[in-house]
Design a protein around this ligand. Structure first.
Ligand code: HEM
Length: 148
């Protein structure tokens, strides 16, 4: 099973995905558990971030609620659910949006550690778990912008 938009990770390109002539693809958003699953995933992730001495200071806002919502809406959109993220925030351009933050191996690995725990909580089938995790891992490596 393949994620919906390999290549650019859905994070940088201004180009829409090419129109597909293939068979209809499954709705990954629903397969992964829909709105409830993404809410649980991101809540678990931010519960970890909230107590993390590396990550918590990186978040500019005192309240992690708005950051939680942005990540949840982005992931929902990426996996084929409602496109509320782009209606509210425009094109993701996530590497650019992360440019103000110093993201080296330490920050990347902290992000991935909390996300790994959050994915575990979803108890997906091995195939879906691997699909989601491969994407998150690639996206996190792609976000690194510092060598420190
Ligand atoms: C690699 C380590 C990463 C670190 C340290 C990190 C850190 C941050 C920080 C500090 C913010 C600002 C919080 C806010 O106000 O929204 C942010 C925003 C965001 N991050 Fe990350 N991030 C990482 C990776 C990722 C990855 C892999 C994704 C997607 C798969 C992602 C998706 C987002 C989204 C959607 C936003 C909100 C963008 C917006 O609309 O303004 N981040 N991240």
């Amino acid at each position: 099973m393949r994620p919906p938009s390999p290549g650019s990770l859905g994070l940088v390109s201004d180009q829409p995905a090419p129109a597909s002539t293939a068979l209809p693809t499954p709705n990954y958003f629903e397969l992964l558990g829909g709105e409830d699953a993404f809410r649980l995933l991101v809540d678990e992730f931010y519960a970890g971030v909230a107590t993390d001495p590396v990550m918590r200071p990186m978040y500019p806002e005192e309240d992690l609620g708005p950051a939680n919502e942005r990540l949840r809406l982005f992931l929902i959109q990426y996996w084929g659910g409602p496109t509320t993220y782009s209606q509210e925030r425009g094109h993701p351009r996530l590497r650019m949006r992360h440019a103000p933050f110093v993201i080296g191996a330490v920050e990347r690995d902290a992000w991935l550690r909390h996300m790994r725990h959050a994915v575990d909580v979803l108890e997906l089938t091995p195939e879906l778990d691997k699909m989601l995790w491969d994407y998150l891992e690639r996206a996190a490596f792609f976000m690194v912008n510092a060598e420190h």
